[in-house]
Design a protein around this ligand. Sequence first.
Ligand SMILES: NC(=O)c1ccc[n+]([C@@H]2O[C@H](COP(=O)([O-])OP(=O)(O)OC[C@H]3O[C@@H](n4cnc5c(N)ncnc54)[C@H](OP(=O)(O)O)[C@@H]3O)[C@@H](O)[C@H]2O)c1
Length: 324
Amino acid sequence: MGAIMTGRREFLSTIGLVGAGLAFPRLAACAQEPSPQPPPKKSSGAERVAGKMLTRKIPSTGQALPVIGVGTSGSYEVPLTSAEYKSLETVLRVFFEGGGSVIDTSPNYSNAEDVVGALLAGGGWRDQTFLATKLAADDRAALEHQWADSLRRLRVERVELLQVHNLRNLDQALGYARELKARGLTRYIGITHYLDSAQAEVARVLRAERPDFVQINYSVQSPRAADTVFPVAQELGVAVLVNRAFEDGRLFTAAQNRALPAWAAEIGVTSWAQMFLKFAISHSAVTAVIPATGKPERQADNLRAGVGPLLDARQQSELRAMFA
Ligand SMILES: NC(=O)c1ccc[n+]([C@@H]2O[C@H](COP(=O)([O-])OP(=O)(O)OC[C@H]3O[C@@H](n4cnc5c(N)ncnc54)[C@H](OP(=O)(O)O)[C@@H]3O)[C@@H](O)[C@H]2O)c1
């Protein structure tokens, strides 16, 4: 696990924002500052070690993944010629320089796959990326067509993870994903959902199909996966990606005007975004969390959740009670 970073400038230099001229004006707006810091060390690469992101192993292979990934729903569905796209170039630069790797997308997030493909090609980041996309179609011909299209739009020859979206057309889609895995076109296969009401079925499918990955919703406000999906994933050795850790952004409204708990500074947390993400990765079943943002300063904020101590059981329970 990474140690607590030793100062704000160290972390920001680690994630590349100082060079980008972005860090201080915007992050200075953080409501709470870290606890008093020791004097900064000389820059000799030591800050990279100090701010190194926590990783977790994929149970089926032992491959390590950084705990903070990115999602692409909404935030990456922007025209390739827009200012939002330019902003995403910085978002991903911050992400990769901060030690990120996991990117989750889907053919049914309008043009997000095109955007991810263009960004990875433009930045030369493909080799650093653990790229996850999905299958979401209702017959074999449509699945084949969709997969070919995903490769073309993402500008890749294979992906790291192919997931059946919301269990749709499960038998056929998972069968096809297994074929693609056998052909070396995806390293891992998985299933996804984002609703509490689907979690019992997701757990049943995990037992029946034993995919490499499951992606599920989990947050301070919707913590049920800890009782439904996570124990099964841990028992079977299935990696877990967490979606909706911010409840699609709604948690920030719920947290408005609320002070962080007094113990936040002890674990190096200076924003609600960091707190919500730390809550997600504090469960030992979780391999990575995939928050979506189109804003560089938010990406930097989210990455900070991947370093330093995690939440203990009492702190997790206090957060659940606050947002119940
Ligand atoms: N069935 C499925 O397979 C499924 C379902 C849901 C989600 N997912 C995946 O999981 C990912 C995450 O879920 P999500 O995108 O629905 O919701 P989310 O990550 O819970 O929330 C995203 C929202 O939070 C805002 N945000 C991000 N970082 C922030 C920060 N530091 N401070 C303030 N606001 C911040 C974003 O706005 P800005 O962009 O304006 O910053 C965006 O509106 C998706 O993108 C997708 O890849 C999969």
